[in-house]
Design a protein around this ligand. Structure first.
Ligand SMILES: N[C@@H](CCC(=O)N[C@@H](CS)C(=O)NCC(=O)O)C(=O)O
Length: 279
């Protein structure tokens, strides 16, 4: 069955199309908006696809407008999907803090009140949105990679390590690397998942890296002047990668902070990384 959607906007970009689309999500029980960049190659057939998961406070729009992905996606012939970071709307639970509730779904399926009815971002990203986009757009289901920034880097790494047969390439920009030991994680996991420590572990990249790693190479870029280093805990993930002898690269980038100026600087490297592994 092809899932329905409506077009919010479509703009030509680097010879391809930057679209924004909206659909009624069964997973979250709300309307959800996502952006999809189709490179020029998509006019002639199916193209590989890179999932880009965004960070705290973001919608589909931040990375679409600030990450500078389109130029490289066009050049390397790869589509990029920018989903929203949570369900939204008046009937949806929220919190006054910027790092809990709307804009802060943490890519988990909440089991606890008041979050459980709508906060099902794991299911949304790994099941429902794939069904929609592969049913409606010229995307190659067998050529999927995943990346993300901050909370989205956490999402990308945990999803890729959990479903490595599906996501054939993975990278992350300044990921929340050890959420079960960070104030970016403990508060949210307690709220969304309760005291189920097994569930916390399933959503912690450092712990997943220790337990299983990833069968391919992993690319992580982290700004060495990131203002959130103590919350992100890159050293925990780097240590786990070294201990496991995980193939890949962990790069501390001197002078870069947490912003999209950092993300856009290394976007070409990441798009090329994925395009080479998905070709
Ligand atoms: N608003 C938070 C920071 C949130 C933040 O830096 N969010 C990052 C992801 S974790 C982001 O991408 N923000 C949106 C943007 O830069 O467009 C604060 O002031 O402490």
């Amino acid at each position: 069955m092809t899932l329905a959607y409506e077009t919010v906007s479509e703009n030509r970009s680097f010879g391809g199309i930057q679209g924004v689309y909206r659909h009624q999500s069964q997973a979250t029980g709300t309307p959800m908006t996502f952006a999809l960049y189709l490179p020029p190659d998509a006019r002639h057939g199916k193209v590989p696809v890179l999932w880009y998961l965004s960070g705290l406070t973001c919608t589909h729009e931040n990375a679409m407008t600030k990450a500078g992905a389109q130029q490289w996606a066009a050049e390397y012939g790869i589509a990029v999907i920018f989903p929203d970071t949570s369900p939204r709307g008046e009937g949806v639970a929220d919190d006054q803090a910027y790092d809990l509730g709307q804009g802060a779904g943490f890519y988990v399926d909440a089991t606890q009140a008041p979050w459980a009815p709508h906060f099902r971002m794991w299911h949304y990203i790994t099941h429902e949105l794939p069904e929609l986009v592969f049913g409606n757009f010229p995307l190659e289901r067998e050529a999927q990679g995943i990346t993300g920034h901050s909370m989205g880097g956490h999402g990308a790494l945990t999803i890729a390590m959990t479903l490595p047969e599906r996501y054939r390439s993975v990278s992350a920009f300044s990921p929340i690397a050890h959420p079960s030991e960070s104030d970016w994680g403990r508060k949210q996991f307690a709220a969304y998942l309760g005291e189920d420590r097994d569930a916390w572990e399933r959503h912690d990249s450092t712990l997943l890296m220790r337990q299983r790693g990833y069968p391919g190479e992993v690319l992580v870029d982290q700004g060495a002047s990131d203002q959130f280093l103590d919350l992100l805990k890159p050293e925990a993930l780097a240590h786990a990668m070294a201990e496991r002898r995980q193939p890949g690269s962990f790069r501390m980038q001197q002078g870069y902070d947490h912003s999209y100026f950092f993300v856009q600087t290394f976007m070409e490297d990441h798009i090329r990384w994925h395009a080479e592994r998905l070709a």
